[in-house]
Design a protein around this ligand. Sequence first.
Ligand code: SF4
Length: 379
Amino acid sequence: MKDLNIYFHIPYCKAKCRFCSFYVIPGRKSRLEEYFKALQKEIVDHKHTLQNYNIRTIYVGGGTPSLVDSPYVVEVINTIKSNFNIDSFCEISIETNPETITLEKIEDYLSVGVNRISIGLQSTDDQILKFMGRLYTFDEFKERYEIVKNSAISNINLDLIFGIPGLTLELWQQTLEKTIELEPKHISTYSLEIDPDSIFGYLEKRGRFKRMDDNLDRKMYKLSKKVLNNSEFFQYEISNFAANGYECKHNLNIWKGQDYIGFGASSHSRINNMRYNNINSLEKYIDLINTGQSPKENISELSTNDLLNERIILNLRTNRGINLDQINSEFDSEITSNLNSNIDGLLQQKLIKIEKNYLSLTSKGQDLENYVNLQLVNI
Ligand code: SF4
């Protein structure tokens, strides 16, 4: 049996955050019933094609999955469980936003085997939260957080964002410290990215938004590593820190190169050397599924070269890095020549290190990840 990781997408959000570039439906939960019916149908339609897979993880993402009534989520997870082979240690994660968390929802998630909760905290500073378009204060967050903390789900992730205009190094340090005090098991810290399709992107085009200076952004990243590594969290990926044994299996499996399949509008898949995404429109997704057509688009078959490049880029994100023995035995020497011939130069520049035949980024290399990727992939 091959390993497989499942993602399903719930596109609804209360309002669009100003930094967000995901496919979301803000405000009204339009065609909710129909969407969930289509989602279930898409999953059941894969019953036979996925029989030879062992489902290692299930990830409920969005959007804001916790915005919809929990029975919808429960039903989809039950559908997955009853149609596929679920690994006995399957990690089942759900993304939530603080203001939508209730005791009833958490109990429902638990009843269906959810064992990891990710909460979008983003900041502990009320002004920054407001600036980003978040809908809660830090005190309100803490009230909802208590509900999760007092539940049987111990595996909690908190997401944070740095690089936001107005954020200082002192404020970022306080944010990290206050987050650590909450005793989650996992913390993700992302640098703010300005997507042209986000509200910040729109404001930037009109000269009404100024990005943070790159040097200060990198200082914040270094501070995250210092503060988190000095507490019980260890860095296992560029943006992710976990207490021992609490790495996110879903992401880790994908970074290691395992297959994943996405269900729902705008979800992405990479399975059987094929890559595709589902259509980026809730309306069209529902209509295609209801008329027995495929919602897949941008379907491409991955060449050996694509597979190698993807493996290099994904493996390099992790602190463990690239298993050179494995790569050199799996792929032809012709296509790994770029990788192997550029190693010495990158070692001299102190951008990579090799330990027990695993090639990984140094701290300096993490700041220049794109440059290192370009040196190692086969173009
Ligand atoms: S950041 Fe999250 S909560 Fe905000 S609009 Fe995007 S998906 Fe929704």
